[in-house]
Design a protein around this ligand. Structure first.
Ligand code: G4F
Length: 330
């Protein structure tokens, strides 16, 4: 059972589980019906949809419906990936962020606690819990010092998962994920915004790219690697928390370099700063130490930043080419 099955991580995890012969169930919001594009291939595969992949309608705060679905489907594993995940937006909608990202997790844990057959539970936590840490790189023991509403909500949820594991004996794990991107990344996150713009500019469909602060550095990996680690976490003999990261910190300008280089352009000619995309506060020095995941899960993030950027730009060119009339860069 997956919450957030229509998102980037949910869609990759669903594919990986299906390829491992799982029967996969996903919770979807009624309003997310137009957001199923990432599941399109599975949805239109008559051997998969409604045979090995099942979707159920339930909002994260609809505990009665979720309880009913869990009682009926009796999942072995429950991957909780849903929530308001945009850090910038969390400053605009802190209550909604805490309601879904924080309380949504607690409500699920409460339901699982009452089930006779309890599934193994995975919560997708975030490097945002570390906020402005004293140490770099961070590991599972690093103190949580969030500085964004999203980070505060994730800290609450992460601690609740630990509490339900320690106090109520749930097989509950936190995947403490650093930034992970892909061709399926939402278009408002900085990497996808950049790759989509680089592709559009190279096709003559866009002139400028407006961004917020370029001072940030991130530890950026490739999303399917991270969902694979999530599955590995639930196959362990005991529940635990794991940092999932590449261990490499890059500036936003390095991602810009790689993305625009993939289409033979120089980003300095196109990028403008726009205060609308600046945040009231920013995390710093977020870079993860995934030694434990490597040792216990036999997992490492392998995709490099230039590979990731190029892959995303080429995919965005393919998606936008049909809109392009005439020769690119005429
Ligand atoms: O792409 P971002 O929005 O990612 P952010 O804030 O690091 O959060 C992502 O990663 C977290 C860790 O895994 C997740 F928990 C979270 O759910 C999400 O997936 O922003 C990255 C950086 C920031 O410093 C931001 O200020 O890019 C900077 N930035 C500059 N211009 C921009 C923009 N970010 C966005 N979204 N849009 C801009 O125009």
């Amino acid at each position: 059972m997956l919450t957030g099955i229509t998102g980037q991580d949910g869609s990759y995890l669903a594919e990986q589980l299906l390829s491992r012969n799982y029967e996969v169930h996903g919770l979807v919001r009624r309003t997310s019906s137009t957001q199923r594009v990432r599941l399109d291939a599975l949805f239109h595969d008559s051997d998969v949809y409604d045979k090995r992949l099942f979707l159920h309608y339930a909002d994260l705060d609809d505990t009665t419906t979720i309880r009913r679905i869990l009682l009926k489907t009796e999942p072995d594993e429950l991957y909780h990936l849903a929530g308001q995940s945009h850090v910038g937006a969390s400053f605009e909608i802190p209550e909604t962020t805490c309601q879904f990202t924080g309380m949504g997790t607690l409500k699920l844990l409460e339901i699982v606690r009452d089930l006779t057959k309890q599934p193994r539970f995975l919560h997708i936590s975030s490097s945002e819990i570390f906020g402005r840490p004293d140490v770099a790189p961070q590991n599972e023991q690093t103190a949580m010092r969030p500085v964004t509403p999203y980070g505060v909500a994730k800290t609450f949820a992460t601690n609740m998962v630990r509490l339900y594991r320690d106090s109520f004996g749930l097989f509950a794990c936190n995947a403490i994920c650093y930034n992970h991107e892909s061709e399926r990344r939402g278009e408002s996150f900085v990497t996808r915004k950049i790759t989509k713009a680089a592709a559009a500019i190279s096709l003559g469909l866009q002139d400028k790219l407006k961004l917020g602060s370029l001072d940030g550095k991130r530890d950026w990996g490739y999303a399917p690697d991270y969902t694979d680690a999530m599955w590995r976490m639930l196959q362990q003999p005991t529940p635990d928390d794991y940092v999932l990261a590449t261990g490499k910190e890059h500036r936003i300008s390095e991602f810009l370099d790689a993305a625009f280089k993939a289409v033979d352009l120089d980003w300095h000619d196109y990028v403008e700063q726009d205060p609308r995309y600046m945040r009231p506060s920013e995390v710093t020095q977020l870079v993860g130490d995934a030694t434990k995941a490597q040792a216990k899960l036999d997992w490492t993030a392998t995709t490099t930043l230039p590979e990731l950027a190029e892959r995303m730009v080429m995919n965005d060119r393919k998606l936008q080419e049909p809109q392009c009339v005439g020769t690119p860069n005429d």
